[in-house]
Design a protein around this ligand. Structure first.
Ligand code: MUC
Ligand code: MG
Length: 385
C-alpha cells in the first residue's frame, strides 16, 4: 500500500572537500581532492533521505560541476520539491524531468534521496524497490592511476596481498600511446594471472591511435578497453568494437537509456559502464542495464568516484542486475582520506558487501560532515545538519 501523502519539507545540498590518498591521474584531470556533493531531503513524517551527485575534476569530466549542481538544486529543484508528496518518488521525478533540462547528476541525487526515504518508510533495503537483490556483494576493481609504473605495480601487489582487489583498471591517455602500452604491459607482466588488467583512456585517442594501441594492448594481456575515443564518435567506437580482439566498453558515450539504445542497436560497444549519475538516476541506470541485457551487451558497474553514499546507492542497484559480468569499480571511498560514515563500508575478499538495513543501509557521520563542509569552513552561517 502506498502511504498517504507526506510533504517534502527541506532539501539541502552540501559540498564536502576531501583530499585523496594520492594524486589520481586521468587523461582529463589530476585529482588531489574530491568534492562530495551530498543532498538531504527531509520529509514531514520525520523520514530523511540522502543522495549524492559527485563528479570528477570540476568541469573536466562532465558538464555539471559540484558548484553548478548545488546552485541548480538550491535555486530551482528545492523550491519545486518543497510541499511535493515524498511517498511518490516516481511522480516527483517525472515533474523534475519535465521542468528541468539535463542536470543528470542533480536528478540522480534527488532520486536517490527520495528512494532512500521511501525504502526506510517500507523498512526494506533500497535494492528491494528496484526488483530485488540477486547478490549481497559485488566484486570491486581498483584503479591504478598514480602516474608512475613502479608505484602502480607496488600498489597492485599490496591490493592482491590484502585480498582487496584482483581487477585493475589503468588510467592511460596522457602519454604517447607507445609509452602507455609499455606501462600496461609492465603492470600485467608483474601481476600475471593473479589479476585482470583493463584500461580507461577517457576519450584521449584518435581512431588511428586507438587502432594501433588496442592491438598491442591485447597482445600485452589487457582484457577490456574503456572509452578509447571521443564520446561523440559513435561510428568510430563501432568500428573499434568490430575490429578489436579485446572487448570495448562505452563510458562517457553513455548518458542514459537513449544512448544505451543507440549504442546497443548499432553494436557500437561490447560492454556498458553503467553509472547512476551519468544515467540521471537509479531508474535511468536500471533502464540502461535492461537495454544492455536484452541486446547481449555485458555490464560493468561504474563510478564517478563518489564517496560512501553514492557508492552504496550504486551497489544497491547493481546488486539487482541479473548479470554483472565485468564486476564493478565501486572503490570511491577507498580513494579518500576521510570517512563520512559512522561505520565504513565493508570491503572483504575482493568485494563490497551490501548492508542489510533499510534504505541505503548506512549511517552518515553528521558531525564529521559538519566539520568538513565547504561553507562552514568559510565561516558562512549554514543550516545545521
Ligand atoms: C571513469 O572514467 O571511469 C572511474 C574510476 C576512476 O578511476 O575514474 C572513474 C571515471
Ligand atoms: Mg571511464
Amino acid at each position: 500500500m502506498i502511504p498517504s501523502p507526506i510533504q517534502i519539507q527541506a532539501v539541502d545540498t552540501i559540498l564536502v572537500d576531501v583530499p585523496t590518498i594520492r594524486p589520481h591521474r586521468l587523461s582529463v584531470a589530476t585529482m588531489n581532492c574530491q568534492v562530495l556533493v551530498l543532498v538531504r531531503i527531509q520529509c514531514a513524517d520525520g523520514m530523511t533521505g540522502w543522495g549524492e551527485a559527485t563528479t570528477i575534476g570540476g568541469l573536466a569530466y562532465g558538464e555539471e560541476s559540484p558548484e553548478s549542481i548545488k546552485t541548480n538544486i538550491d535555486t530551482y529543484f528545492a523550491p519545486m520539491l518543497k510541499g511535493m508528496d515524498a511517498t511518490r518518488p516516481g511522480q516527483v521525478m517525472a515533474k523534475l524531468r519535465e521542468s528541468f533540462q539535463g542536470n543528470r547528476f542533480a536528478k540522480c541525487a534527488i532520486e536517490t534521496a527520495l528512494f532512500d526515504a521511501q525504502a526506510r518508510r517500507f523498512g526494506v533495503p533500497l535494492s528491494e524497490l528496484f526488483g530485488g537483490r540477486v547478490t549481497d556483494s559485488v566484486e570491486v576493481a581498483w584503479t591504478l592511476a598514480s602516474g608512475d609504473t613502479g608505484r602502480d605495480i607496488d600498489e597492485a601487489h599490496q591490493m592482491l596481498e590484502m585480498k582487496r582487489h584482483r581487477m585493475f583498471k589503468l588510467k592511460i591517455g596522457t602519454r604517447a600511446p607507445a609509452d602507455d602500452v609499455a606501462h600496461v604491459a609492465a603492470i600485467k607482466a608483474a601481476v600475471g594471472d593473479r589479476a585482470q588488467v583493463r584500461v580507461d583512456v577517457n576519450q584521449a585517442w584518435s581512431q588511428a591511435e586507438a587502432m594501433w594501441a588496442i592491438e598491442r594492448l591485447a597482445d600485452a594481456g589487457c582484457d577490456l578497453i574503456e572509452q578509447p575515443i571521443a564520446a561523440e564518435d559513435r561510428r568510430g567506437l563501432k568500428r573499434l568494437t568490430h575490429l578489436s580482439k579485446v572487448p570495448i566498453m562505452a563510458d562517457e558515450a553513455l548518458h542514459g537509456p537513449v544512448d544505451a539504445f543507440d549504442l546497443a542497436s548499432a553494436h557500437a560497444a561490447d560492454v556498458f559502464a553503467v553509472k547512476i549519475a551519468q544515467s540521471g538516476g537509479l531508474t535511468g541506470a536500471a533502464s540502461v542495464a535492461a537495454i544492455a541485457l536484452a541486446s547481449g551487451v555485458d555490464l560493468y558497474g561504474g563510478t564517478m568516484l563518489e564517496g560512501a553514499l553514492g557508492t552504496i546507492a550504486s551497489a544497491q542497484l547493481f546488486s539487482t542486475f541479473r548479470e554483472l559480468k565485468w564486476g564493478t569499480e565501486l572503490f570511491g571511498p577507498l580513494l579518500l582520506t576521510e570517512e563520512v560514515l559512522v561505520e565504513p563500508l565493508r570491503y572483504e575478499n575482493f568485494a563490497l558487501k551490501l548492508p542489510q538495513g533499510p534504505g541505503l543501509g548506512i549511517q552518515l557521520d553528521l558531525d564529521k560532515i559538519e566539520r568538513l563542509r565547504r561553507d562552514a569552513k568559510r565561516g558562512a552561517s549554514v543550516v545545521k545538519l
